[in-house]
Write a protein that binds this ligand. Structure first.
Ligand code: FAD
Length: 289
């Protein structure tokens, strides 16, 4: 591999480098766990890599909590998610997605931004953030910030809505509803083996229940089942107003059918389309047990 590396130390230098390279071929490198594998498989000539890991900016790499929710800088790592107790308590789905990602070593450097921007249909953190109805914040070379809902972020296989003059700067997760008493929040990952393996199928859910046991907000998304991670909107709507603990067998199946309607899985070396659908249907039903 032969490429030039630029190491901006501040956000200003980063935006300056992006601006300068507008007519050239360049890529961002965050933890580089995906990027280096990709460039090894498909080397590119005349490429410049903008190394994001030296940028000193707490908005780009830290976490900030407020009444509105939580904002993670794009450079926040999977490891930092795993060890954060508040994330575990309030957004367990995100904790579990990071906890199950790759290996200890990879989690130390793999970033939230990298997981989103690589736009893999089997991105685990991406799947959890879709269930959490997150917002992606981009920063352009002019210094302008642009926010879009994460559902609009993934526009195709490994394609995102980020412009060439933009970098993903942060991800905001809305706070849980004030009336929430109980949260059913988890990430189910089915792989051919537990570690160092991308999902064969995954399901993320974050379901908020009030004092009466009634579902007041639901986020459900699927991974490795369609060209992009998908939000199962009809399945979420179906749950609103129902008592979580009183969902009947028939309703569980109806819910699972609705989740499945968002899936169009492929057959590949790891699993057939038929297998992926069967598994997705069964894990969808299982979340109420
Ligand atoms: C052995 C192995 C196992 C793995 N297992 C899993 C797994 O279980 N689950 C899973 O989800 N993934 C897995 N992955 C994939 C990878 O580790 C994750 O997707 C990781 O989160 C990528 O983060 P990164 O910081 O390393 O991204 P990088 O490799 O640095 O970047 C990925 C892409 O995003 C772009 N990018 C990065 N940051 C930004 C930004 N701020 N703005 C704009 N573009 C940006 C880069 O240019 C590149 O195109 C695995 C990878 C390996 C090698």
């Amino acid at each position: 591999m032969n490429f030039e590396i630029i190491n901006p130390g501040t956000t200003k230098e980063l935006l300056g480098a992006v601006n300068k390279l507008q007519k050239e071929k360049f890529r961002f490198g965050a933890g580089c766990t995906d990027l280096l594998m990709e460039l090894k498989k498909k080397p590119e000539d005349g490429l410049t890599i903008i190394n994001l890991s030296q940028v000193k900016d707490s908005s780009f790499s830290g976490i900030k909590k407020s009444a509105k929710g939580m904002r993670l800088g794009a450079m926040f790592t999977a490891h930092k998610i795993v060890v954060n107790e508040e994330i575990k308590n309030a957004f367990n789905v995100l904790h579990e997605s990071a906890h199950n990602l790759a290996s200890t070593q990879i989690r130390q450097v793999a970033t939230v931004g990298g997981n989103l921007c690589t736009a893999s249909p089997s991105g685990d953190i991406a799947c959890a953030l879709v269930a959490l109805d997150a917002t992606c914040e981009m920063l352009s070379t002019t210094g302008k910030r642009r926010e879009i809902n994460i559902k609009e972020f993934f526009i195709g296989v490994r394609t995102t809505a980020i412009g060439k003059n933009e970098v993903l700067y942060g991800i905001a997760v809305p706070a849980n509803e004030k009336k929430t008493k109980t949260i059913h929040s988890n990430f189910i990952k089915i792989g051919t083996r537990r570690s160092m393996e991308c999902s064969v199928v995954s399901l993320a859910y974050h379901i908020q229940v009030n004092e009466e046991g009634v579902i007041i907000k639901a986020g459900v998304s699927i991974g490795a089942s369609a060209p992009t991670v998908r939000f199962a909107e009809e399945a979420c709507d179906f749950l609103i107003g129902k008592k979580f603990k009183a969902i009947s067998q028939k309703e569980k199946e109806e819910f699972a059918e609705k989740v499945l309607s968002y899936a169009s899985p492929i057959t590949d070396i790891r699993a057939t389309s038929w297998y992926r659908k069967e598994v997705l249907f069964n894990i969808s039903k299982s979340i109420f047990e």
